[in-house]
Design a protein around this ligand. Structure first.
Ligand code: MN
Length: 201
């Protein structure tokens, strides 16, 4: 069974004006599709063919760069689309809000730390909010790696991620990654993040 690209969980224009329609069309339909296609090519006829994506990601250190990069790309982007929603943003509530306050001092302090992780990731990569040993932490990974990979510097269960590769923001924000990361908060689906937090806590 080969990997397939799921449709976006909302319309391409659902995240306007924060993430523009054309970026969503290209990012999902071209970039994410390419990860899926290249992952299928990379595993075809190898012992990794037919393995679940989570197993490939967990074993990133011992699989080929093509499977690591495209498998990570497929996993990360699927996670990213589900992290966002129309008419979203605002602030988390309940147990997640309490955990953010406990770990970072305040929601604003968390947002600053997350944005800093995205800003200081040189080139392409991701900023993450993860659960590690029962506590929340902010981390970042290069390229299409993620915190579930055995080779990650900081390992944990991601509950929120922001793609900081230029293809995620260049059409609208050009070189202004900080503006993109500021706009990102307007489309975060905190209900989904809270659901993930409850599941891994
Ligand atoms: Mn991307």
């Amino acid at each position: 069974m080969s990997f397939t690209l799921a449709p976006l969980p909302y319309a391409h224009d659902a995240l306007e004006p924060h993430i523009d329609t054309t970026t969503m069309q290209i990012h999902h339909g071209k970039h994410h599709q390419a990860y899926v296609d290249n992952l299928n090519k990379a595993v075809a006829g190898t012992p990794n063919e037919g393995k679940p994506l989570a197993d490939l990601v967990a074993a990133a250190g011992s699989i080929s760069p093509a499977v690591r990069n495209n498998g990570g790309g497929h996993w990360n982007h699927t996670f990213f689309w589900e992290s966002l929603a129309a008419n979203a943003g605002g602030a988390p509530s309940g147990a997640l809000a309490d955990a953010i306050n406990a770990a970072f001092g305040s929601f604003d302090a968390f947002k600053e730390k997350f944005a800093q992780a995205g800003m200081t990731r040189f080139g392409s990569g991701w900023a993450w909010l993860i659960v590690k040993d029962g506590k929340l932490e902010v981390s970042s990974t290069p390229n299409q790696d993620n915190p579930l990979m055995d080779i990650a510097d900081v390992k944990g269960a991601p509950i929120l991620g922001a793609d900081v590769w230029e293809h995620a923001y260049y059409l609208k924000y050009q070189n202004r990654r900080a503006d993109y990361l500021a706009a990102f908060w307007n489309v975060v689906n905190w209900n989904k993040v809270a659901e993930r937090f409850a599941a891994v806590k």
